[in-house]
Ligand binder design. Sequence first.
Ligand code: NOJ
Length: 553
Amino acid sequence: MINDLWYKNAVIYCLSVGTYMDANGDGVGDFSGLMRRLDYLHGLGVTAIWLMPFQVSPHRDDGYDISNYYEVDPRYGTLGDFVEFTHAAKQRGIRVIIDLVVNHTSDQHEWFQQARRDPHSRYRDWYVWSPKRPANANSGVVFPGVQKSTWTRDPVARAWYFHRFYDFQPDLNTANPEVLTEILKIMGFWIQLGVSGFRMDAVPFVIAAKGPKVRKPVEQYDMLRAIREFLQWREGEAIILAEANVLPNTDMEYFGRDGDRMHMMFNFQVNQHLFYAMAAADARPLKQALVATRSRPATAQWGLFLRNHDELDLGRLTREQRESVFAAFGPDPDMQLYDRGIRRRLAPMLGGDRRRLELAYSLMFTLPGTPVIRYGDELGMGDDLSLPERQCARTPMQWSTEPHAGFTRANRPVTPVISSGPFGYNQVNAAQQRRDPNSLLNWTERIIRMRKEVPEVGWGDFTAIATGDPAVLALRYDWRNNSVLFVHNLAGTPREISFAVGVVGDSGNLLINLLSEDHSRAQAGKHRLVIEGYGYRWFRVGGLGYLLQRSEV
Ligand code: NOJ
Protein backbone atom coordinates (compact mmCIF):
# COMPACT_ATOMS: atom_id res chain seq x y z
CA MET A 1 0.00 0.00 0.00
CA ILE A 2 1.34 3.42 -0.93
CA ASN A 3 0.66 4.81 2.51
CA ASP A 4 2.53 2.06 4.28
CA LEU A 5 6.27 1.38 4.33
CA TRP A 6 6.99 5.08 4.78
CA TYR A 7 10.70 4.61 4.11
CA LYS A 8 10.14 3.56 0.48
CA ASN A 9 9.73 7.22 -0.46
CA ALA A 10 11.01 9.25 2.48
CA VAL A 11 13.30 12.27 2.35
CA ILE A 12 15.86 11.71 5.09
CA TYR A 13 18.02 14.54 6.48
CA CYS A 14 20.99 13.68 8.65
CA LEU A 15 22.49 15.99 11.24
CA SER A 16 24.44 15.98 14.44
CA VAL A 17 22.84 17.80 17.34
CA GLY A 18 26.14 19.33 18.43
CA THR A 19 26.70 21.28 15.22
CA TYR A 20 23.14 22.20 14.29
CA MET A 21 21.86 24.91 16.63
CA ASP A 22 23.01 26.04 20.06
CA ALA A 23 20.12 27.40 22.16
CA ASN A 24 21.81 27.74 25.58
CA GLY A 25 24.85 29.61 24.33
CA ASP A 26 27.56 27.22 25.52
CA GLY A 27 29.05 26.78 22.06
CA VAL A 28 27.60 23.30 21.45
CA GLY A 29 24.39 22.57 19.59
CA ASP A 30 21.59 21.06 21.67
CA PHE A 31 18.13 19.54 21.46
CA SER A 32 16.45 22.82 22.37
CA GLY A 33 18.22 24.48 19.46
CA LEU A 34 17.32 21.69 17.07
CA MET A 35 13.72 21.99 18.14
CA ARG A 36 13.73 25.65 17.11
CA ARG A 37 14.85 24.59 13.65
CA LEU A 38 12.16 21.99 13.07
CA ASP A 39 10.02 24.41 11.09
CA TYR A 40 12.97 25.05 8.79
CA LEU A 41 13.25 21.31 8.18
CA HIS A 42 9.52 20.96 7.77
CA GLY A 43 9.56 23.78 5.22
CA LEU A 44 12.37 22.11 3.32
CA GLY A 45 10.14 19.07 3.02
CA VAL A 46 12.17 16.45 4.87
CA THR A 47 10.09 13.59 6.22
CA ALA A 48 12.66 11.95 8.50
CA ILE A 49 15.65 13.12 10.51
CA TRP A 50 18.60 10.83 11.16
CA LEU A 51 20.43 11.93 14.29
CA MET A 52 24.08 11.01 14.62
CA PRO A 53 25.09 9.64 18.06
CA PHE A 54 24.05 11.92 20.94
CA GLN A 55 24.48 9.54 23.88
CA VAL A 56 27.09 10.03 26.59
CA SER A 57 30.55 9.81 25.07
CA PRO A 58 34.13 10.99 25.55
CA HIS A 59 33.85 12.21 21.93
CA ARG A 60 37.05 10.83 20.57
CA ASP A 61 35.20 9.68 17.43
CA ASP A 62 32.48 12.30 17.26
CA GLY A 63 30.17 10.32 19.52
CA TYR A 64 30.71 6.97 17.78
CA ASP A 65 32.40 5.98 21.05
CA ILE A 66 29.50 5.64 23.47
CA SER A 67 30.03 5.28 27.21
CA ASN A 68 26.35 5.14 28.22
CA TYR A 69 23.64 4.03 25.79
CA TYR A 70 20.75 5.09 27.99
CA GLU A 71 21.49 8.78 28.52
CA VAL A 72 21.71 11.90 26.41
CA ASP A 73 25.15 13.50 26.59
CA PRO A 74 24.63 16.46 28.97
CA ARG A 75 26.14 18.89 26.46
CA TYR A 76 23.09 18.26 24.22
CA GLY A 77 20.41 18.31 26.92
CA THR A 78 18.47 15.73 28.87
CA LEU A 79 16.26 12.75 28.10
CA GLY A 80 13.38 15.12 28.72
CA ASP A 81 14.63 17.43 25.97
CA PHE A 82 14.99 14.44 23.68
CA VAL A 83 11.39 13.38 24.19
CA GLU A 84 10.19 16.97 23.67
CA PHE A 85 12.11 16.92 20.42
CA THR A 86 10.68 13.63 19.10
CA HIS A 87 7.22 14.88 20.06
CA ALA A 88 7.73 18.19 18.26
CA ALA A 89 9.00 16.35 15.17
CA LYS A 90 5.98 14.07 15.22
CA GLN A 91 3.66 17.07 15.39
CA ARG A 92 5.14 18.14 12.06
CA GLY A 93 4.89 14.69 10.52
CA ILE A 94 8.66 14.18 10.72
CA ARG A 95 10.03 10.84 11.87
CA VAL A 96 13.26 10.48 13.80
CA ILE A 97 15.79 7.71 13.36
CA ILE A 98 18.94 7.50 15.44
CA ASP A 99 22.34 5.89 15.16
CA LEU A 100 22.71 2.47 16.73
CA VAL A 101 26.42 2.04 17.46
CA VAL A 102 26.82 -1.43 18.90
CA ASN A 103 29.85 -2.87 17.16
CA HIS A 104 31.94 -1.35 19.93
CA THR A 105 31.70 0.84 23.00
CA SER A 106 34.00 3.54 24.27
CA ASP A 107 36.87 2.19 26.37
CA GLN A 108 35.42 4.45 29.08
CA HIS A 109 32.19 2.47 29.18
CA GLU A 110 31.56 0.87 32.57
CA TRP A 111 31.23 -2.54 30.91
CA PHE A 112 34.75 -2.31 29.54
CA GLN A 113 36.12 -0.87 32.75
CA GLN A 114 34.74 -3.80 34.73
CA ALA A 115 35.78 -6.30 32.07
CA ARG A 116 39.40 -5.18 32.08
CA ARG A 117 39.68 -5.03 35.87
CA ASP A 118 38.23 -8.42 36.69
CA PRO A 119 38.61 -11.58 34.58
CA HIS A 120 35.59 -13.00 36.43
CA SER A 121 33.38 -10.02 35.78
CA ARG A 122 30.18 -10.81 33.89
CA TYR A 123 31.35 -8.20 31.39
CA ARG A 124 34.68 -9.86 30.60
CA ASP A 125 33.15 -11.94 27.84
CA TRP A 126 31.27 -8.94 26.46
CA TYR A 127 34.51 -7.99 24.73
CA VAL A 128 36.96 -9.94 22.60
CA TRP A 129 40.25 -10.93 24.29
CA SER A 130 43.41 -12.78 23.58
CA PRO A 131 46.13 -13.73 26.11
CA LYS A 132 48.83 -12.95 23.56
CA ARG A 133 49.22 -10.80 20.51
CA PRO A 134 47.20 -12.45 17.71
CA ALA A 135 49.02 -13.15 14.47
CA ASN A 136 46.57 -10.98 12.52
CA ALA A 137 46.86 -7.95 14.81
CA ASN A 138 47.87 -5.68 11.97
CA SER A 139 45.19 -6.69 9.51
CA GLY A 140 41.73 -5.29 8.92
CA VAL A 141 42.59 -1.73 9.98
CA VAL A 142 39.75 0.65 9.01
CA PHE A 143 41.57 3.97 9.39
CA PRO A 144 45.01 3.42 7.84
CA GLY A 145 47.46 6.14 8.70
CA VAL A 146 45.73 6.89 11.99
CA GLN A 147 44.95 3.47 13.42
CA LYS A 148 47.90 1.09 13.76
CA SER A 149 46.34 -2.26 14.55
CA THR A 150 43.12 -4.08 15.42
CA TRP A 151 44.45 -5.57 18.67
CA THR A 152 45.88 -3.62 21.58
CA ARG A 153 47.32 -4.81 24.86
CA ASP A 154 45.51 -3.54 27.91
CA PRO A 155 47.89 -3.37 30.90
CA VAL A 156 45.04 -3.58 33.41
CA ALA A 157 43.53 -6.73 31.90
CA ARG A 158 46.98 -8.06 31.04
CA ALA A 159 45.45 -9.23 27.78
CA TRP A 160 44.90 -8.02 24.23
CA TYR A 161 41.52 -6.74 23.13
CA PHE A 162 40.08 -6.50 19.64
CA HIS A 163 39.03 -3.17 18.12
CA ARG A 164 37.94 -2.98 14.49
CA PHE A 165 38.18 0.82 14.65
CA TYR A 166 40.31 3.07 16.92
CA ASP A 167 41.97 1.54 19.98
CA PHE A 168 39.59 3.44 22.28
CA GLN A 169 36.65 1.55 20.71
CA PRO A 170 36.83 -2.06 21.99
CA ASP A 171 34.58 -4.37 19.98
CA LEU A 172 31.63 -5.95 21.70
CA ASN A 173 31.53 -9.73 21.56
CA THR A 174 28.25 -9.87 19.65
CA ALA A 175 28.32 -13.69 19.66
CA ASN A 176 27.61 -13.57 23.39
CA PRO A 177 23.79 -13.89 23.80
CA GLU A 178 23.88 -11.43 26.71
CA VAL A 179 25.34 -8.80 24.41
CA LEU A 180 22.63 -9.40 21.82
CA THR A 181 20.00 -9.10 24.54
CA GLU A 182 21.53 -5.79 25.62
CA ILE A 183 21.48 -4.52 22.02
CA LEU A 184 17.77 -5.28 21.84
CA LYS A 185 17.25 -3.52 25.15
CA ILE A 186 18.95 -0.40 23.81
CA MET A 187 16.69 -0.46 20.77
CA GLY A 188 13.59 -1.01 22.88
CA PHE A 189 14.54 1.92 25.10
CA TRP A 190 14.78 4.46 22.29
CA ILE A 191 11.73 3.07 20.51
CA GLN A 192 9.83 3.73 23.69
CA LEU A 193 11.04 7.34 23.59
CA GLY A 194 9.57 7.92 20.16
CA VAL A 195 12.08 6.99 17.45
CA SER A 196 11.04 5.33 14.20
CA GLY A 197 14.16 3.27 13.76
CA PHE A 198 17.90 3.14 13.57
CA ARG A 199 20.80 3.80 11.27
CA MET A 200 22.87 0.81 12.27
CA ASP A 201 26.58 1.50 12.35
CA ALA A 202 29.16 -0.85 10.80
CA VAL A 203 26.76 -3.76 10.28
CA PRO A 204 29.21 -6.20 8.60
CA PHE A 205 31.50 -5.85 11.62
CA VAL A 206 28.68 -6.20 14.14
CA ILE A 207 27.73 -9.58 12.69
CA ALA A 208 31.24 -10.82 11.90
CA ALA A 209 32.73 -13.69 13.87
CA LYS A 210 35.38 -12.09 16.11
CA GLY A 211 38.34 -13.60 17.92
CA PRO A 212 42.12 -14.08 17.90
CA LYS A 213 41.88 -17.11 15.62
CA VAL A 214 39.55 -15.57 13.06
CA ARG A 215 41.39 -15.14 9.80
CA LYS A 216 38.55 -14.13 7.55
CA PRO A 217 35.56 -12.76 9.48
CA VAL A 218 32.41 -14.66 8.51
CA GLU A 219 29.11 -12.81 8.82
CA GLN A 220 26.46 -14.28 11.12
CA TYR A 221 23.47 -13.09 9.11
CA ASP A 222 20.92 -14.74 11.41
CA MET A 223 21.66 -12.06 13.93
CA LEU A 224 20.05 -9.53 11.59
CA ARG A 225 16.81 -11.49 11.59
CA ALA A 226 16.76 -11.61 15.39
CA ILE A 227 17.23 -7.85 15.55
CA ARG A 228 14.59 -7.18 12.89
CA GLU A 229 12.08 -9.50 14.52
CA PHE A 230 12.43 -7.80 17.89
CA LEU A 231 12.07 -4.36 16.35
CA GLN A 232 8.90 -5.32 14.55
CA TRP A 233 7.40 -6.77 17.72
CA ARG A 234 8.02 -3.55 19.54
CA GLU A 235 7.06 -1.11 16.78
CA GLY A 236 5.57 -2.25 13.49
CA GLU A 237 6.73 0.65 11.37
CA ALA A 238 10.21 1.13 12.80
CA ILE A 239 13.09 0.45 10.43
CA ILE A 240 16.78 -0.30 10.30
CA LEU A 241 18.94 1.51 7.77
CA ALA A 242 22.18 -0.45 7.58
CA GLU A 243 25.60 1.01 7.03
CA ALA A 244 27.12 -1.87 5.09
CA ASN A 245 29.64 -1.10 2.40
CA VAL A 246 29.51 -4.54 0.83
CA LEU A 247 29.68 -6.12 -2.62
CA PRO A 248 26.41 -6.43 -4.53
CA ASN A 249 26.46 -10.23 -4.37
CA THR A 250 25.87 -10.10 -0.62
CA ASP A 251 23.14 -7.44 -0.67
CA MET A 252 20.39 -10.02 -0.42
CA GLU A 253 22.04 -11.53 2.64
CA TYR A 254 21.62 -8.19 4.37
CA PHE A 255 18.09 -7.52 3.14
CA GLY A 256 17.11 -11.17 3.67
CA ARG A 257 15.65 -13.14 0.77
CA ASP A 258 12.23 -12.93 2.39
CA GLY A 259 12.74 -9.30 3.31
CA ASP A 260 13.21 -10.35 6.92
CA ARG A 261 16.50 -8.63 7.76
CA MET A 262 17.46 -4.98 7.10
CA HIS A 263 14.73 -2.67 5.72
CA MET A 264 17.24 -0.33 4.14
CA MET A 265 20.91 -0.19 3.23
CA PHE A 266 23.01 2.69 2.01
CA ASN A 267 23.92 2.07 -1.61
CA PHE A 268 27.71 2.48 -1.45
CA GLN A 269 28.13 0.78 -4.81
CA VAL A 270 26.03 3.41 -6.55
CA ASN A 271 27.58 6.22 -4.50
CA GLN A 272 31.13 5.47 -5.63
CA HIS A 273 30.21 4.83 -9.24
CA LEU A 274 28.11 7.99 -9.31
CA PHE A 275 31.18 10.07 -8.43
CA TYR A 276 33.26 8.19 -10.96
CA ALA A 277 30.57 8.71 -13.61
CA MET A 278 30.55 12.44 -12.86
CA ALA A 279 34.35 12.61 -12.98
CA ALA A 280 34.56 10.72 -16.27
CA ALA A 281 31.38 12.16 -17.84
CA ASP A 282 30.41 8.58 -18.54
CA ALA A 283 27.08 7.19 -17.33
CA ARG A 284 27.89 3.55 -18.11
CA PRO A 285 29.64 2.58 -14.86
CA LEU A 286 26.78 4.14 -12.91
CA LYS A 287 24.27 2.19 -14.96
CA GLN A 288 26.21 -1.01 -14.20
CA ALA A 289 26.13 -0.25 -10.49
CA LEU A 290 22.37 0.33 -10.68
CA VAL A 291 21.85 -2.98 -12.43
CA ALA A 292 24.17 -4.80 -10.00
CA THR A 293 22.13 -3.50 -7.05
CA ARG A 294 18.72 -3.86 -8.66
CA SER A 295 17.66 -6.93 -6.66
CA ARG A 296 16.01 -6.25 -3.38
CA PRO A 297 12.90 -7.59 -1.68
CA ALA A 298 9.72 -5.63 -2.46
CA THR A 299 9.61 -4.24 1.07
CA ALA A 300 13.28 -3.18 1.14
CA GLN A 301 14.81 0.08 0.00
CA TRP A 302 18.15 1.65 -0.83
CA GLY A 303 19.36 4.77 0.92
CA LEU A 304 20.81 7.07 -1.73
CA PHE A 305 23.38 9.66 -0.68
CA LEU A 306 26.07 11.89 -2.11
CA ARG A 307 28.22 12.79 0.87
CA ASN A 308 27.94 11.73 4.48
CA HIS A 309 29.85 12.54 7.67
CA ASP A 310 32.71 10.21 6.70
CA GLU A 311 35.13 10.37 3.81
CA LEU A 312 33.79 9.64 0.33
CA ASP A 313 34.98 6.02 0.28
CA LEU A 314 36.17 5.05 -3.20
CA GLY A 315 37.53 1.65 -2.17
CA ARG A 316 35.25 -0.30 -4.49
CA LEU A 317 36.48 1.41 -7.65
CA THR A 318 39.44 0.19 -9.68
CA ARG A 319 42.70 2.03 -9.08
CA GLU A 320 42.37 3.96 -12.36
CA GLN A 321 38.77 4.92 -11.60
CA ARG A 322 39.74 6.06 -8.11
CA GLU A 323 42.61 8.10 -9.49
CA SER A 324 40.30 9.89 -11.88
CA VAL A 325 37.87 10.76 -9.07
CA PHE A 326 40.79 12.06 -7.00
CA ALA A 327 42.02 14.11 -9.94
CA ALA A 328 38.58 15.61 -10.57
CA PHE A 329 37.32 16.19 -7.05
CA GLY A 330 40.18 15.95 -4.55
CA PRO A 331 43.58 16.41 -6.21
CA ASP A 332 45.59 17.56 -3.15
CA PRO A 333 46.82 14.79 -0.84
CA ASP A 334 45.34 16.84 2.00
CA MET A 335 41.87 16.39 0.51
CA GLN A 336 42.27 12.63 0.54
CA LEU A 337 41.99 10.25 3.47
CA TYR A 338 42.75 6.65 4.52
CA ASP A 339 44.26 5.81 1.10
CA ARG A 340 40.78 5.36 -0.31
CA GLY A 341 38.68 8.46 -0.14
CA ILE A 342 38.02 12.19 -0.25
CA ARG A 343 37.18 14.08 2.92
CA ARG A 344 35.67 17.21 1.36
CA ARG A 345 32.08 18.32 1.33
CA LEU A 346 30.07 18.12 -1.87
CA ALA A 347 30.01 21.81 -2.87
CA PRO A 348 33.79 22.39 -2.84
CA MET A 349 34.33 19.07 -4.59
CA LEU A 350 32.17 20.33 -7.43
CA GLY A 351 33.92 23.69 -7.43
CA GLY A 352 30.79 25.39 -6.11
CA ASP A 353 29.39 25.03 -9.64
CA ARG A 354 25.63 25.32 -9.34
CA ARG A 355 24.99 23.30 -12.52
CA ARG A 356 26.99 20.37 -11.21
CA LEU A 357 25.43 20.59 -7.76
CA GLU A 358 21.95 20.47 -9.25
CA LEU A 359 22.97 17.57 -11.47
CA ALA A 360 24.34 15.61 -8.51
CA TYR A 361 21.24 16.31 -6.43
CA SER A 362 18.89 15.57 -9.28
CA LEU A 363 20.60 12.19 -9.65
CA MET A 364 20.37 11.48 -5.95
CA PHE A 365 16.66 12.29 -5.95
CA THR A 366 15.87 10.14 -8.98
CA LEU A 367 18.04 7.05 -8.69
CA PRO A 368 16.30 3.99 -7.25
CA GLY A 369 15.91 4.50 -3.53
CA THR A 370 15.22 7.03 -0.79
CA PRO A 371 17.38 10.18 -0.72
CA VAL A 372 19.48 10.97 2.35
CA ILE A 373 20.62 14.61 2.55
CA ARG A 374 23.48 15.79 4.72
CA TYR A 375 22.78 18.94 6.72
CA GLY A 376 24.14 22.06 5.10
CA ASP A 377 24.33 20.49 1.65
CA GLU A 378 21.00 22.16 0.87
CA LEU A 379 22.93 25.44 1.17
CA GLY A 380 26.10 24.23 -0.55
CA MET A 381 28.19 24.45 2.62
CA GLY A 382 31.96 23.95 2.40
CA ASP A 383 34.66 22.33 4.49
CA ASP A 384 37.59 23.38 6.66
CA LEU A 385 40.57 21.29 5.64
CA SER A 386 42.61 22.62 8.55
CA LEU A 387 40.56 20.35 10.81
CA PRO A 388 41.82 16.76 11.18
CA GLU A 389 40.51 13.70 9.36
CA ARG A 390 36.75 13.76 8.84
CA GLN A 391 36.17 16.75 11.14
CA CYS A 392 36.67 19.05 8.17
CA ALA A 393 33.17 18.31 6.87
CA ARG A 394 31.42 18.49 10.25
CA THR A 395 31.44 22.25 10.92
CA PRO A 396 28.39 24.05 12.38
CA MET A 397 25.33 24.81 10.30
CA GLN A 398 25.44 28.27 8.72
CA TRP A 399 22.18 29.97 9.57
CA SER A 400 22.86 33.67 8.98
CA THR A 401 25.43 36.47 8.75
CA GLU A 402 25.33 36.98 12.52
CA PRO A 403 28.51 36.11 14.47
CA HIS A 404 29.37 32.41 14.22
CA ALA A 405 26.78 32.08 11.49
CA GLY A 406 23.96 32.44 14.01
CA PHE A 407 24.81 28.95 15.24
CA THR A 408 25.71 30.08 18.74
CA ARG A 409 25.93 33.26 20.82
CA ALA A 410 28.98 31.88 22.67
CA ASN A 411 32.29 33.66 22.08
CA ARG A 412 33.78 30.50 20.72
CA PRO A 413 31.86 27.55 19.31
CA VAL A 414 33.42 24.22 20.25
CA THR A 415 33.76 23.39 16.55
CA PRO A 416 34.76 26.43 14.49
CA VAL A 417 32.33 27.84 11.95
CA ILE A 418 33.59 28.39 8.38
CA SER A 419 34.04 32.14 8.35
CA SER A 420 36.13 33.01 5.31
CA GLY A 421 36.47 32.19 1.63
CA PRO A 422 33.70 31.41 -0.85
CA PHE A 423 32.01 29.00 1.59
CA GLY A 424 32.23 31.28 4.64
CA TYR A 425 28.96 32.09 6.38
CA ASN A 426 28.75 35.57 4.91
CA GLN A 427 28.48 33.96 1.50
CA VAL A 428 26.62 30.75 2.34
CA ASN A 429 23.82 30.85 4.91
CA ALA A 430 20.19 29.88 5.28
CA ALA A 431 18.77 33.34 6.01
CA GLN A 432 19.97 34.88 2.75
CA GLN A 433 19.11 31.84 0.70
CA ARG A 434 15.63 31.75 2.13
CA ARG A 435 14.99 35.24 0.71
CA ASP A 436 16.47 34.49 -2.71
CA PRO A 437 14.03 32.58 -4.97
CA ASN A 438 16.94 31.30 -7.06
CA SER A 439 19.03 30.02 -4.17
CA LEU A 440 20.16 26.42 -3.83
CA LEU A 441 18.02 26.18 -0.71
CA ASN A 442 14.86 27.13 -2.58
CA TRP A 443 15.83 24.90 -5.49
CA THR A 444 16.23 21.99 -3.06
CA GLU A 445 12.84 22.73 -1.51
CA ARG A 446 11.21 22.67 -4.95
CA ILE A 447 12.98 19.50 -6.05
CA ILE A 448 11.92 17.76 -2.83
CA ARG A 449 8.34 18.79 -3.46
CA MET A 450 8.52 17.33 -6.96
CA ARG A 451 10.25 14.17 -5.72
CA LYS A 452 7.25 13.53 -3.51
CA GLU A 453 5.04 13.64 -6.60
CA VAL A 454 6.98 10.88 -8.34
CA PRO A 455 6.47 7.93 -5.99
CA GLU A 456 7.30 5.69 -8.94
CA VAL A 457 10.96 6.18 -8.02
CA GLY A 458 10.53 4.54 -4.66
CA TRP A 459 8.00 1.90 -5.62
CA GLY A 460 8.57 1.16 -9.28
CA ASP A 461 11.10 -0.77 -11.30
CA PHE A 462 13.55 1.01 -13.57
CA THR A 463 14.67 0.54 -17.14
CA ALA A 464 17.76 2.22 -18.53
CA ILE A 465 16.91 3.65 -21.94
CA ALA A 466 19.46 3.74 -24.73
CA THR A 467 20.35 7.34 -25.55
CA GLY A 468 23.21 6.71 -27.97
CA ASP A 469 25.47 8.95 -25.88
CA PRO A 470 27.54 7.45 -23.03
CA ALA A 471 27.42 10.76 -21.16
CA VAL A 472 23.63 10.76 -20.94
CA LEU A 473 21.71 8.58 -18.50
CA ALA A 474 18.00 8.04 -19.09
CA LEU A 475 15.98 6.03 -16.58
CA ARG A 476 12.32 5.20 -16.81
CA TYR A 477 10.31 4.01 -13.83
CA ASP A 478 7.04 2.11 -14.21
CA TRP A 479 4.56 1.56 -11.47
CA ARG A 480 0.82 0.94 -11.56
CA ASN A 481 0.32 2.09 -15.15
CA ASN A 482 2.30 5.27 -14.56
CA SER A 483 5.73 6.04 -15.90
CA VAL A 484 8.27 8.77 -15.28
CA LEU A 485 11.51 9.40 -17.10
CA PHE A 486 14.67 11.16 -15.94
CA VAL A 487 17.49 12.28 -18.20
CA HIS A 488 20.89 13.46 -16.97
CA ASN A 489 23.80 14.78 -18.98
CA LEU A 490 27.01 14.07 -17.08
CA ALA A 491 29.11 16.02 -19.57
CA GLY A 492 29.83 19.73 -19.38
CA THR A 493 28.91 20.23 -23.04
CA PRO A 494 25.44 20.15 -24.63
CA ARG A 495 24.30 16.83 -26.07
CA GLU A 496 21.65 15.98 -28.59
CA ILE A 497 20.01 12.65 -28.06
CA SER A 498 17.21 10.70 -29.62
CA PHE A 499 15.31 7.90 -27.91
CA ALA A 500 12.07 5.97 -27.73
CA VAL A 501 10.39 5.87 -24.33
CA GLY A 502 9.62 2.18 -24.75
CA VAL A 503 6.21 1.93 -23.10
CA VAL A 504 3.32 -0.03 -24.60
CA GLY A 505 0.67 2.10 -26.36
CA ASP A 506 1.04 5.71 -27.48
CA SER A 507 1.47 7.42 -24.11
CA GLY A 508 5.22 7.50 -24.73
CA ASN A 509 4.68 10.05 -27.50
CA LEU A 510 4.24 12.84 -24.98
CA LEU A 511 6.67 13.74 -22.24
CA ILE A 512 5.52 16.40 -19.81
CA ASN A 513 8.42 18.28 -18.28
CA LEU A 514 7.82 18.46 -14.52
CA LEU A 515 10.22 21.34 -13.93
CA SER A 516 9.56 23.70 -16.86
CA GLU A 517 7.29 24.26 -19.86
CA ASP A 518 9.69 22.50 -22.16
CA HIS A 519 7.61 19.40 -23.01
CA SER A 520 8.49 16.90 -25.71
CA ARG A 521 6.41 15.29 -28.47
CA ALA A 522 7.78 12.30 -30.33
CA GLN A 523 8.23 12.31 -34.10
CA ALA A 524 7.80 8.84 -35.58
CA GLY A 525 8.03 7.37 -32.08
CA LYS A 526 11.28 9.11 -31.18
CA HIS A 527 12.00 12.05 -28.92
CA ARG A 528 14.79 14.43 -29.86
CA LEU A 529 16.27 16.32 -26.99
CA VAL A 530 19.01 18.89 -26.79
CA ILE A 531 20.26 18.91 -23.23
CA GLU A 532 22.71 21.50 -21.96
CA GLY A 533 25.99 20.68 -20.20
CA TYR A 534 25.24 19.09 -16.80
CA GLY A 535 21.55 19.41 -17.64
CA TYR A 536 18.73 17.25 -16.32
CA ARG A 537 15.06 16.64 -17.19
CA TRP A 538 12.21 15.17 -15.17
CA PHE A 539 9.34 13.94 -17.37
CA ARG A 540 6.01 12.32 -16.76
CA VAL A 541 5.23 9.91 -19.55
CA GLY A 542 1.89 10.32 -21.32
CA GLY A 543 0.93 13.66 -19.94
CA LEU A 544 -1.94 12.85 -17.65
CA GLY A 545 -0.88 13.92 -14.20
CA TYR A 546 -0.12 11.25 -11.68
CA LEU A 547 -2.78 12.52 -9.34
CA LEU A 548 -5.43 12.39 -12.08
CA GLN A 549 -4.48 9.06 -13.48
CA ARG A 550 -3.69 7.23 -10.33
CA SER A 551 -6.36 4.58 -9.94
CA GLU A 552 -5.90 2.95 -6.57
CA VAL A 553 -3.78 3.78 -3.62
C1 NOJ B 1 31.11 4.27 10.86
C2 NOJ B 1 30.78 5.69 11.14
O1 NOJ B 1 30.08 6.22 10.04
C3 NOJ B 1 32.07 6.41 11.41
O2 NOJ B 1 31.89 7.78 11.50
C4 NOJ B 1 32.69 5.84 12.65
O3 NOJ B 1 33.97 6.39 12.86
C5 NOJ B 1 32.83 4.33 12.55
N1 NOJ B 1 31.66 3.68 12.04
C6 NOJ B 1 33.09 3.75 13.91
O4 NOJ B 1 31.91 3.83 14.67
